[in-house]
Design a protein around this ligand. Structure first.
Ligand SMILES: [Zn+2]
Ligand SMILES: [Zn+2]
Length: 320
């Protein structure tokens, strides 16, 4: 709750006029308790999770020919019921998550130290925080994901997420509860280490959710603006990880490709000489690197389709 009774008081405290964004924020949040703003995070994420996968799902059901050229595993048709099952599971967890957020707010406020009032963060501060959060989350998630691919981790926890060998957007959150809990640590690590404004937090979790839905969408669009992000893995990168299934020991990172490259768990053939690898790592542009990787993953998948043949090459049921 903003501790000023009027906008004039807020401006006097700031020592300047509010920007239009700050005026909007003041109007919206002045009388709203901080615990509500905190819980809005889950509400925003649920709305995004509901809406984002829908366009592809509708096109796949009613106009498949439009999106088929961009489908990563074109011979697999994920049943609509399977996608809806994933969504309903998330919908069931949603009220529980909001309740947990409300109850845990006093502790969360101390740990996250989220700012709710004025001034709003500058664009530079927001971008810098998002970059740090992304790098930190990618690194921690990489290692947690690798642990989940040990025999014990896979059998006891990660197996659920790999039920989909050809994932869809709604399957992003289809995981064992322990995995969802574990992977929330990397996402929260950035905001805990470098506290931010609640609007930055909403932006960060929204970006992570949309990115998670994107890499599980099962589609790769050549005109996607994500191709411009250096070292970004993308849908083809993670789709291959699902396609390879429980035996996969590659493409672990959720966002970028540098961890898999550095720890040699990517699917890119490269010279074994370390110095040459470092040279390539530092001087090859992210865009070129990304393009090369996407092309190789695509050709690898097509080879496998050829070898295995037919729709039985992929499965979407329980995988042993
Ligand atoms: Zn995995
Ligand atoms: Zn996945």
């Amino acid at each position: 709750m903003i501790p000023y009774a009027t906008a004039a008081e807020a401006e006097a405290a700031l020592g300047r006029a509010m920007t239009w964004a700050e005026a909007v924020w003041y109007q919206y949040s002045a009388a709203m308790p901080d615990s509500w703003l905190h819980c809005l995070t889950t509400c925003i994420l649920f709305v995004i999770y509901t809406i984002t996968p829908l366009p592809l799902l509708v096109l796949e059901q009613f106009a498949p020919s439009v999106v088929l050229p961009y489908k990563l595993q074109p011979r697999v048709q994920v049943p609509l019921a399977a996608s809806l099952r994933c969504y309903m599971e998330a919908a069931f967890v949603f009220p529980v998550a909001v309740g947990f957020q409300l109850v845990s707010y006093p502790a969360a406020a101390k740990i996250l130290r989220t700012r709710m009032g004025l001034p709003l963060p500058s664009v530079r501060e927001t971008v810098a925080q998002l970059v740090v959060y992304s790098l930190l989350e990618d690194y921690l998630s990489y290692w947690i994901h690798r642990l989940l691919h040990t025999k014990w981790g896979y059998e006891k926890i990660h197996r659920v997420h790999h039920e989909f060998t050809a994932p869809t957007g709604f399957a992003m959150s289809y995981s064992h509860w322990a995995e969802n809990l574990l992977l929330s640590i990397p996402a929260l690590a950035g905001p805990v280490i470098a506290p931010c404004h609640i609007t930055t937090q909403w932006l960060w979790f929204s970006i992570r959710l949309i990115e998670g839905i994107n890499i599980h969408s099962g589609y790769h669009f050549p005109f996607s603006p994500s191709k411009l992000i250096p070292f970004y893995g993308g849908a083809a990168y993670h789709d291959y990880h699902h396609y390879a299934g429980g035996h996969s020991q590659s493409n672990f990172a959720p966002l970028f490709t540098y961890c898999d490259y550095l720890y040699r768990t990517d699917k890119k053939s490269r010279p074994s000489d370390v110095s040459w690898s470092l040279f390539v790592f530092f001087f090859e542009t992210g865009y070129r690197y990304h393009k090369l990787k996407q092309a190789k993953l695509k050709s690898l998948e097509e080879d496998n389709v050829e070898k295995k043949g037919g729709s039985t090459a992929f499965c979407n049921g329980k995988k042993d």
